[in-house]
Design a protein. Structure first.
Length: 282
């Protein structure tokens, strides 16, 4: 793990030793009540994110407010700083909190309504952006062996493009909503996308189906809260994750590994649940 140097600590006015934080990508450290994490390589994106997170109102959620350096900048030496927010990720095996995560995301998305689309989104080309574009049929899929069949099955469930207006949304809420007794949920590590708000919420449901053993009960509850068309967003969310998984397998050259086969099994289960739910709703 890369640790910020003394010059970085001094730039943000910090003293003490950095302590690694659990979760995320394992790149963040805590120094007192401040969290340091590597800045986006796109400095415009890093500056935009800090300005945005410094200004949005907290209504029904908490956020980690960014800190400036002594000379007024938002980054120094490839690092950003923000206030530590207390809270932990739910144990979904013991006590799932999916609907609460969705509600926190919905409150966060309300605070983003009306903000303009940032230009740096057009420059992204990582595997998550590939998945995003394929999910919205803005790019043809190029899947490794094994991933094509569930993609075809998911695509067959798409009826039409939702008519909801796009806005800034958090595309990775699942592991980034923290809970603490007596406090509003904390939304952290904002991953910006320009999609309908329901897509950000649907990614939570898709992740729950794929990786956390959720079943049709969650689909029923989420659809009841979000409307009958919500299933279309969930299908796109699972396509999004499927394509990113395929891209990861390609880059790591693990297409035929036992882990990849197990991952495919999880996707096949999610596809089956979505297909059954779609038939039940029709």
């Amino acid at each position: 793990m890369t640790v910020p140097g003394r010059d970085v600590l001094a730039a943000f006015g910090l003293t003490g030793s950095p302590v690694a934080l659990v979760g995320g990508e394992g790149r963040s450290v805590r120094v007192g009540d401040v969290v340091l994490k590597p800045a986006d390589e796109d400095l415009q994106a890093a500056e935009w994110l800090a300005c945005m997170m410094a200004s949005i109102p907290e209504e029904g959620f908490r956020i980690s407010r960014p800190l400036r350096t002594a000379d007024g900048g938002w980054t120094y030496g490839g690092w950003t700083a923000s206030r530590y927010v207390p809270g932990t990720e739910p144990d979904h095996c013991a006590a799932p909190r999916w609907l609460e995560i969705i509600a926190a995301g919905r409150a966060f998305h309300r605070a983003l309504v009306g903000l303009p689309r940032p230009d740096f989104l057009d420059r992204r080309s990582d595997r998550w952006e590939i998945g995003n574009k394929v999910a919205w049929q803005e790019r043809e899929p190029d899947l490794v062996a094994g991933f094509l069949k569930p993609y075809v099955e998911l695509s067959s469930l798409l009826v039409s493009s939702p008519c909801e207006q796009s806005q800034l949304v958090h595309g990775d809420l699942t592991g980034n909503v923290l809970f603490a007794p007596g406090l509003a949920p904390a939304v952290i590590d904002f991953s910006p996308y320009w999609r309908p708000a329901a897509f950000g919420e649907a990614v939570v449901v898709g992740d729950a189906l794929i990786w956390h053993g959720a079943d049709e009960e969650l689909l029923r509850k989420a659809a009841s809260d979000s409307g009958p068309d919500f299933i279309q967003f969930v299908v796109r969310a699972v396509i999004y994750r499927l394509v990113t998984s395929s891209e990861r397998c390609r880059s790591e050259r693990v297409e035929g590994s036992a882990d990849t086969l197990a991952e495919l099994g999880r996707y096949e289960r999610a596809v089956s649940l979505l297909a059954d739910f779609a038939r039940y709703r029709s």
